[in-house]
Design a protein around this ligand. Structure first.
Ligand SMILES: [Zn+2]
Length: 299
């Protein structure tokens, strides 16, 4: 009895001192671990973001083939399932086939929520995705999910060179679902959006196609900006507003060819040229040129 009276207060003192020590070193293991955030490039403007146990996909396109305009669109399910292991959420930046062609299959396979324009919603409904899985955006929304939040920002499609002429693709929308099938020429732009994600303390900006509406960028300060190396806008102005710490380049690969074909030299030169342009504007920004399925952990 006597010894307990001595030992207990001593034990208390010891534990208090130990706790204090842990606190001073900032290593108290009972504090919740911040969720790890890992980005993985899926080719084109496609990304997988793993936040703790949650998998988020943005513009995932693994079929990597040209659509036949008048024939029914078919996802290459085997190619998709080689890379995609699961999905809780799928974000669509715009509705061209190389951004949303595989989304209905992935959403139906994993029961994922799909966030996209009304065109994306109507194509997904036509493809048989459940209504309760669909979230329709039109720019300006702030969406809060359990593991992250995201701001939706209106943008514009990049300028493309087709038949020697540079122009933005014609804006078209799909305003209602139909009883199918979906053909190649049903994948119209349907509006282009940026997603500005908050994963805990990390901010990630995803650009689906190489353009910005400059005035919509004010107030954004991404740690990582996922950009296409195409300039249909004033890059200097955009970088001055955004001041990203890191830019990761995407959507410069040959999207109609499988990963095993690699990235053509001319496409690599385009990405390298863009990286030099960024360095000339602000040498503080780190530019990473993506390689297929590379991962980038946020710290
Ligand atoms: Zn497009």
């Amino acid at each position: 009895m006597k010894s307990f009276q001595i030992i207990l207060p001593l034990l208390y003192l010891f534990l208090t001192a130990w706790q204090h020590e842990l606190g001073a070193q900032g290593k108290d293991e009972r504090a919740p671990e911040p969720e790890s955030v890992v980005l993985k490039w899926l080719g084109t403007a496609g990304w997988e973001v793993q936040v703790g146990k949650t998998i988020i996909l943005i513009d995932p396109f693994l079929s990597r083939k040209e659509r036949d305009l008048s024939a029914e669109w078919k996802t290459d399910e085997e190619a998709v399932l080689k890379v995609i292991r699961g999905a809780g959420y799928i974000f669509a930046g715009h509705s061209h086939a190389d951004h949303i062609g595989d989304i209905p299959f992935i959403a139906k396979t994993f029961g994922a929520k799909v966030i996209g324009s009304r065109t994306t919603t109507n194509l997904a409904l036509t493809a048989g995705v459940g209504k309760s899985q669909l979230v329709t955006i039109s720019g300006g929304e702030k969406l809060d999910f359990e593991e992250f939040s995201v701001q939706v920002i209106e943008s514009e499609h990049g300028v493309l060179t087709r038949g020697g002429r540079r122009r933005r693709p014609k804006f078209e929308e799909i305003i209602k679902p139909w009883s199918g099938p979906i053909r190649g020429n049903d994948f119209v732009e349907g509006g282009s959006y940026l997603y500005y994600f908050s994963f805990g303390k990390h901010r990630v900006l995803h650009q689906s196609t190489g353009n910005f509406i400059e005035e919509n960028l004010r107030g954004l300060r991404p740690d990582v900006a996922l950009l296409a190396p195409v300039q249909g806008y004033d890059l200097g102005n955009a970088l001055k507003i955004l001041k990203p710490k890191v830019i990761i380049l995407h959507h410069f690969d040959e999207w109609r060819a499988p990963f095993t074909d690699g990235i053509p030299a001319a496409n690599m030169r385009r990405a390298e040229r863009f990286a030099r342009d960024v360095a000339a504007i602000d040498s503080q920004i780190k530019v990473i040129i993506s390689t297929f399925l590379m991962t980038h952990a946020l710290e």
